[in-house]
Design a protein around this ligand. Sequence first.
Ligand SMILES: Cc1cc2nc3c(=O)[nH]c(=O)nc-3n(C[C@H](O)[C@H](O)[C@H](O)COP(=O)(O)OP(=O)(O)OC[C@H]3O[C@@H](n4cnc5c(N)ncnc54)[C@H](O)[C@@H]3O)c2cc1C
Length: 453
Amino acid sequence: MSEIESADVVVIGGGVAGVSAALRAVELGAKTFLVERAELGGQCLHRGLYAIKTALMRLEALKESAAGSASPDVAGLFQTVKTAANNISAQWEQNLEKRKVQVLKGTGSLVGGGKILVQGAEGERLIQSPKTILALGSAPKEDPLIPFDGETVFSAEEIFEFQELPKNILIQGANRCGIELAALLNQLGSRVFLNDEGSRLLPGRDPDLGLFLEEQMKKRKIKSLLNKKISSVFKNAGALDVNLETGIKFSTDAMILCRANKANSEALQGTGIDLGEEGEVWVNEFMETTFKGTYAVGSLTGRERDPLLSEEEGRAAAQNALGKVTPLDSKQTPYLLHSNSPIASVGVVCAEAHHYGFQAVEGKCDLSKLDFALAKGEVVGWMKIVGDKSSKKIIGAHLCGPGAHEALHLAALAIRKGLSVKDFAEMTCDWPSPFLGLKKAARSCWGKLMKPR
Ligand SMILES: Cc1cc2nc3c(=O)[nH]c(=O)nc-3n(C[C@H](O)[C@H](O)[C@H](O)COP(=O)(O)OP(=O)(O)OC[C@H]3O[C@@H](n4cnc5c(N)ncnc54)[C@H](O)[C@@H]3O)c2cc1C
């Protein structure tokens, strides 16, 4: 091993969370190392939500092209997804190097005294750093009763290895990954069942968004089995016989487990970093672990999140590590779901706003009533703006249907910048623009805010 090198910040793990942390750290002038043992981009880019999204986008483009009527070539599509992920990963690496992040290929570990050991194909390196950001990610969690077998029971990560799709697929877990995967597999022609023990889709979000999603899935013939626990699964001649606790029995060709992942924290045992029952690293709102100078971000911290939040956490951790103290307000991070119809949300939900000290009212615009809907043909969706009675500021936006993803970014910026509902109500919009729905929702909200109590 060569001599000890020094750094201001070492980030271990090059998924979305780690890359974002490293980029923010160099931006703040820190000498930064990023250690990655496999491909930059992590689970999300290569086998997770970015990959699912890439496949959905490619399918959409295919449908719009002349070849759209032919049934899609699954193996070809998944190969395209892998190629796109590798290209993005290579671009990230170039960008990191251009911005002067030193990318080290190898496995990083904490060896005490602020030292990080990197073991790679080219040997070992030892780096001394006052600040370490752990972005080790997570991996699919196996159910001991239904182990992954590569034949009928799979993790979501494995679908991109499929050469052809099973006719019937049961997705277990209606989290973000399960929902987006259901949309993809349905569009590729499989008959999809989506099962979850929870009683509604998108818990924690505006309840009407969950209902909208359920309706859209029904239209697409995706069968949602909510509030239902699987009691047993038996292999039967290359298929699976599934029994639900409610007594429902059915057979499926394959099952994909989309439950919460398990944190990659095995190597952190005994380092002084406190872990939760599921191995997740405990952090405070500054992304600090219980071990001084060490931060943790992304899915390593266990909470169910999406890549945008992982990215925000990376930025926040780098800022906090370098003395620009910024607590993370996860409510300000936009949430965009790529299902059969766009769903997007940011800020607080009206019914829960009082928990955050707000007195909330909401205004809604039905998109089907807008001029552009009549011009375009069938448009289904709505936009809601939540305002606070005392400050008159926008504190939430919940949107679905055409334009929801585009419009959400404006709403997220408005919340971050403390704009008032009136600012939105007075916005000038072109008539076919998705922002018109936001404006109308804000007008309705403003009317209610101005009503005497
Ligand atoms: C099936 C499925 C389930 C999901 N479940 C969750 C979930 O439960 N929670 C959640 O937050 N998000 C989940 N997601 C969403 C998404 O994948 C993550 O939010 C996102 O990938 C998190 O990014 P990350 O950077 O934290 O981790 P990752 O994308 O996993 O990246 C971590 C990176 O660290 C590298 N690494 C790990 N250990 C070391 C080491 N010692 N040295 C060097 N490199 C190392 C890995 O190779 C990897 O590239 C899930 C996605 C899917 C597809």
